[in-house]
Design a protein around this ligand. Structure first.
Ligand SMILES: [Zn+2]
Length: 137
């Protein structure tokens, strides 16, 4: 489990670093921010939240309040443009396939096809990234 904790700390470090940069460039005081974590990033929300909490104590962000939330992943068909939730699209797959897609979402079209038109031109459009949103100053 150690490597996963390291991973969360790396991500937390990136989040805090970008906010510290924003603070020093803008001269503003950050009151609050939201961290949105894509479902597919497979980060542990509690560990990530604790890591951010620890890291900001040494920065100008120490008084900021923040939330960490999960964003569900969704898939869009490149042929008919219909949108599917990731869980819905993955429902029929076995655990091995699910794991591969979790690690390499771009392979999603190798395992499933569009529920509407059958196309395998599928793209994961949300739930892959970690983003800082709604920074209130
Ligand atoms: Zn389609």
């Amino acid at each position: 489990m150690y490597s996963w904790v390291m991973h969360e700390f790396l991500v937390a470090g990136g989040v805090v670093e970008s906010l510290v940069k924003y603070v020093s460039e803008s001269g503003r005081v950050v009151k609050s921010f939201r961290v949105v974590v894509g479902e597919l990033s497979m980060l542990d929300i509690e560990t990530l939240s604790n890591a951010i909490k620890t890291l900001i104590t040494q920065t100008a962000l120490r008084n900021a309040v923040f939330t960490v939330e999960v964003e569900p992943a969704s898939i869009v068909c490149g042929t008919c443009l219909s949108k599917m939730s990731f869980n819905e699209a993955m429902a029929g797959l076995n655990t091995d396939a699910k794991e591969v897609i979790h690690f390499i979402p771009d392979l999603v079209g190798c395992y499933i096809s569009c529920v509407k038109c059958g196309s395998v031109d599928l793209k994961v459009v949300s739930g892959r990234w970690v983003e800082v949103r709604d920074v209130v100053t």
